[in-house]
Ligand binder design. Structure first.
Ligand code: FAD
Length: 345
């Protein structure tokens, strides 16, 4: 049998709906693995508006996107979810029956999961890197062109070229400098959208001759069998120059695309997954869709809707995971059983 991670539930997406799913499922003793293509939890809240205030979370008059994420992470701590960041769920296959569902999921990092139920909390879809307009760049992706760092070792003793002027570009310039043979940062302008302390740290490394900073853009690359050898830099003065380049990291921001969810054989309606409003289950028994990704009459794409949906979906998930156990309705305020699970009594 293939080496798979066995779990009760796989949650696709670590946005607010995915995170609160861990809580509601955890109260019902359902253990979760959570997978997100981003390097951190929080979905849109952390990626698109970490510092903006949200005013319509019940009981929290105001909190920022990042504060909400941090609070959700704290709230689910007692359930010890396992996170798999920087990984996209690519395939979802059904192995079981309608009464006893079982699923096999695989990620683009090669991990396999076996789960009894699946919660799709994929929001507006997976955040995916915007690609630079460099001919044939696809043939190098995953081998020598990367949009995220999975293993620092892939960059050891390599000539690394990083393109961009935001936080990711600057963070990886700083982090890879001690590991790589050389680091060249390429940006169109001499201004950066990154945290000021990262920008000054980068400028100090340039002044000390430890990294190179070049104004311009990469217009083409050369190499063989997916392994890069060089990249052509077109300077802002129009002059072209060949740079030694074995690893290229373009950081041009992210877009949201539905992504692989579209290929999982689920009924879709305008890129959303129709569900019922009793259990938020999809057209396939055992697969639930919660948060922004689902659709039903009257749906509002609000965080509070996702919270409600996951509480109800968890009730039905319990029937699949523990078919012989009866589910008792309990309050966290008064149930010592729930309080034990939360580690508060
Ligand atoms: P998301 O937050 O979109 O998270 C989904 C996650 O799933 C993403 O991290 C994505 O990378 C991941 N994912 C998708 N597919 C895959 C895959 N195949 N493999 C791995 N990972 C995958 N709502 C409010 O209630 N109040 C507000 O004030 C408010 N303000 C907003 C302001 C802005 C600027 C924006 C953009 C949105 C705002 N919203 C607000 C909406 C709110 O952010 C969304 O309703 C909420 O984030 C939806 O949560 P979610 O968990 O369903 O999805």
């Amino acid at each position: 049998k293939e080496a798979a991670i066995e779990t009760d539930v796989v949650i696709v997406g670590a946005g607010p709906a995915g995170l609160f799913s861990v809580f509601e499922l955890g109260l019902l003793d359902i253990k979760a693995h959570v997978i997100d293509i981003l390097p951190r939890a929080g979905g849109q809240c952390s990626e698109l508006y970490p510092e903006k205030p949200i005013y319509d979370i019940p009981g929290l008059p105001v909190c920022t996107g990042q504060e909400l994420t941090d609070n959700l992470l704290k709230q689910i701590e007692p359930f010890h979810p396992t996170f798999h960041f920087n990984e996209m769920v690519e395939t979802l296959m059904s192995l079981g029956t309608a009464e006893k569902p079982e699923f096999r999921l695989s990620t683009d990092a090669g991990k396999i999961f076996h789960a009894k139920v699946v919660f799709i909390a994929a929001g507006g879809g997976s955040f995916q890197p915007k690609k630079p307009p460099i001919p044939k760049i696809e043939s190098y992706e995953g081998k020598s062109v990367f949009y995220a760092v999975r293993r620092m070792e892939d960059f050891r003793d390599k000539n690394v070229v990083i393109v961009g002027g935001g936080d990711s570009a600057l963070d990886w310039t700083l982090n890879l400098q001690p590991v790589a043979k050389s680091v060249t940062l390429v940006h169109r302008r001499d201004q950066f959208r990154a945290a000021p302390h990262s920008v000054s740290a980068m400028q100090e490394l340039v002044a000390a001759g430890k990294i190179d900073f070049r104004l311009g853009q990469i217009t083409s690359v050369e190499g063989e069998d997916g392994e890069l050898a060089s990249a052509v830099l077109k300077g802002n003065d129009g002059v072209e120059e060949k740079l030694a380049c074995e690893r290229l990291m373009p950081f041009f921001g992210l877009t949201m695309k539905l992504g692989p969810v579209a290929d999982w054989g689920l009924q879709l309606n305008e890129n959303l997954i129709p569900v019922d409003t009793e259990k938020f289950e999809t057209s396939h028994p055992g697969i639930f869709a919660v948060g922004d990704i689902n659709s039903y009459p009257g749906k509002l794409k609000l965080i509070l809707s996702g919270f409600h949906e996951v509480a109800l979906a968890a009730q039905k998930a319990h029937r699949y995971v523990y078919p012989d156990k009866k589910l008792l309705f309990q309050y966290t305020t008064s149930s010592t059983n729930l309080q034990k699970k939360l580690g508060v009594s």
